[in-house]
Design a protein around this ligand. Sequence first.
Ligand SMILES: C[S@@+](CC[C@H](N)C(=O)[O-])C[C@H]1O[C@@H](n2cnc3c(N)ncnc32)[C@H](O)[C@@H]1O
Length: 252
Amino acid sequence: MGAPTFRTPEEKKAYVRRVFGSIAPWYDFFNTLLSFGTHKLWRRRFLRELRLTPGMRVLDLATGTGDLALAVARRLGPEGEVVGVDLSPEMLSIAREKVARLRESGRAPLARVEFREGEAERLPFPDAAFDGATIGFALRNVTDVPHVLREMRRVVRPGGFVASLELSHPYLWGFRQVYGVYFERVLPWIADRIAGRYEEYAWLPESLKRFIDAETLRRLFEEAGLERVRVIPLTFGVAAIHIGYRPEEPGE
Ligand SMILES: C[S@@+](CC[C@H](N)C(=O)[O-])C[C@H]1O[C@@H](n2cnc3c(N)ncnc32)[C@H](O)[C@@H]1O
């Protein structure tokens, strides 16, 4: 099975939709297994860096099974709101089940949470509709990163944040090589053995190979019109947080 080639953005979108549609029931399990739980630490750090305050309205783009959206919702209090958008109906249905289970169990006061099918490249929201926008482990998968960043900037209010948590390219020699073997060979093999999902989990290292490095992503944040951009490498650069802010408008 070779690496996929896409002649058009629509082909990539269809491929990505099929991949996530197929692994949706396995997604959370493999996230924890294959990252040895590290993704939870990264998410916690990401949430701290967002400096969320009760009552905010936040967009979680490419929300998937909703883990980031729900973690944000726990921090916004009953007056807050989170809207999760994703192009995979299968991933969204798992996210909705989680909300239903949380509400039934009466645990964790949640902000309002809504999940909607939609594309990162064409956000169905007016300008300045949110206090902030997040995207977790998904910029690799979109068809046009600069355009998606501009869309995220457009839908947050002046002063609001745009933030990404994404896999990146490890910088520590030695660690990089060992990690490369694990990520490219062992990880798809495990997914194949357990769930028969080789191709879908081979897309994970393949999509990272095609993805830009953390400094280039910083530049794209700036070129999208975001300011005070911060880059925080995680676990020797295995992942990175990028946060920027929509400039305040003159006279405010
Ligand atoms: C690796 S998952 C990340 C899910 C979630 N954000 C998380 O933190 O676990 C990537 C998600 O991005 C979604 N996605 C990929 N391309 C997209 C696009 N162009 N528009 C909207 N969602 C997209 C996929 O359907 C998938 O649910």
